[in-house]
Design a protein around this ligand. Structure first.
Ligand SMILES: NC(=O)C1=CN([C@@H]2O[C@H](COP(=O)(O)OP(=O)(O)OC[C@H]3O[C@@H](n4cnc5c(N)ncnc54)[C@H](OP(=O)(O)O)[C@@H]3O)[C@@H](O)[C@H]2O)C=CC1
Ligand SMILES: CC(C)CCC[C@@H](C)[C@H]1CC[C@H]2C3=C(CC[C@]12C)[C@@]1(C)CCC(=O)[C@@H](C)[C@@H]1CC3
Length: 348
């Protein structure tokens, strides 16, 4: 590994924590293409590459992290339990306690830059956000455990910024990441369509939402790593990274569905009715959990996301790091639909 690090040049050596995941794999691919030497630290190894050094382990274990961080200039931390896991203890352990282990390991290993994948949902409380800036306060009442622990995670990373000791941190807040190999947007949407649950539009269908193509998210992370240094505007700050093209939620869903030959939803259900039905269902499933585990398609968080405005300004990222999306929304939807031949509706 030391040879590879030297070959890439000290400044272009990195470790992607969560590198086996959806965003992580795209991150690894683009970093390699840019000439970085890349380590991956993840609890699973989900792909093969002779250009990558894999370190398997739990990010909550600082001693397991250290070998993967020694000698690298930049750490990208994009690991998290899946939002749908709804497991508070797991979220707290990985996103909060685990992130503190990541920070300690970075400091001990002499890593200079830590780029966290946070989330735009850290300010979302289920009410409309239109062109929200990073100055919005953290959600006082997060809708789910995932968001609750992403807030704790981001606060830890940004407060760890320590320029006097050459340790610089920043957080990237994407929203609604989609693209090839996404495990939680398109597959869940298709599953809902296949089980006949996608006949209704929640609300009036006019609510604008940010959906961000995965290559744009990666581009934002790499820009942040390259612009993060002593005295830069990125130190200890969070930045929205979006496609900068907010789209009606149900227009996006319909374009993915029709792109895969499924019928788009056409009837309307009032938002408040959908939300309280989802809340009732979540309470019922919580009561039944000791007996049976059932995953709801329409959780309160998903209904809130489907029925409210929530799009964010990425002006701060444009100013501080020269960010602009590299793939347009139209092109991104086309590439995504093309990448899922196995999810296309079987023709009769
Ligand atoms: N998807 C989206 O729309 C958005 C995602 N984000 C953030 O982007 C990041 C990446 O998301 P995404 O790629 O979708 O998620 P994935 O679940 O696809 O990838 C996360 C990776 O981290 C791994 N991981 C989980 N827990 C641990 C642990 N304790 N130790 C080591 N590795 C672990 C996962 O392994 P395993 O699969 O076994 O759990 C997985 O390989 C996350 O931080 C998420 O919060 C932010 C905004 C939007
Ligand atoms: C109503 C339908 C059943 C919805 C089907 C699609 C949903 C599974 C996705 C639509 C918006 C997505 C989304 C996320 C996960 C998948 C969706 C709910 C996140 C919660 C993932 C993690 C984040 O950090 C948030 C910013 C995402 C918000 C959008």
């Amino acid at each position: 590994m030391a040879t590879r690090l030297r070959a890439a040049g000290a400044g272009r050596s990195c470790t992607v924590i969560g590198g086996s995941g959806f965003l992580g794999q795209h991150m690894v691919e683009q970093l390699l293409a840019k000439g970085y030497s890349v380590n991956v630290f993840d609890i699973h190894k989900r792909f093969e590459s002779d250009q990558v050094t894999f370190f398997l382990g739990d990010l909550c274990d600082k001693e397991a992290l250290l070998p993967a961080l020694r000698g690298v200039a930049v750490v990208f931390h994009c690991a998290s339990p899946a939002p749908a896991s709804d497991n508070r203890e797991l979220f707290y352990r990985v996103n909060f306690t685990g992130t503190k282990a990541v920070i300690e390991a970075c400091r001990e290993a002499g890593v200079q830059k830590l780029v966290l994948t946070s989330s735009a949902s850290v300010v979302f409380e289920g009410t409309d956000i239109k062109n929200g800036s990073e100055d919005l306060p953290y959600a006082q009442k997060p809708i789910d455990y995932y968001t609750e622990t992403k807030i704790l995670q981001e606060k830890e990373v940004l407060s760890a910024n320590d320029p006097d000791n050459n340790f610089f941190t920043t957080a990237i807040r994407p929203h609604g990441i989609f693209g090839p190999r996404d495990p939680q947007l398109v597959p869940i949407l298709v599953q809902a369509a296949r089980s006949g649950k996608m006949k209704f539009i929640i609300g009036d269908g006019k609510n604008l939402v940010d959906f961000t193509y995965v290559e744009n998210v990666v581009h934002g992370h790499i820009l942040a790593a390259e612009k993060l240094h002593k005295g830069s505007a990125l130190c200890g700050k969070a930045f929205h990274i979006t496609n900068d093209e907010p789209i009606p939620f149900w227009t996006f869903m319909s374009r993915i569905l029709t792109g895969l030959d499924y019928d788009p939803p056409k009837y309307h259900i009032p938002y408040w009715l959908a939300y309280y039905l989802a809340l009732l269902l979540s309470l019922l499933l919580a009561l039944l959990r000791p007996l049976v585990t059932i995953k709801a398609t329409f959780t309160p968080m998903r209904v809130a996301l489907a029925g409210t405005f929530h799009y964010y300004s990425c002006e701060r990222a444009k100013r501080a790091m020269g960010y602009s999306p590299v793939v347009s929304l139209d092109e991104a939807i086309a590439r995504t639909v093309q990448s899922y031949p196995g999810l296309r509706r079987a023709r009769a």
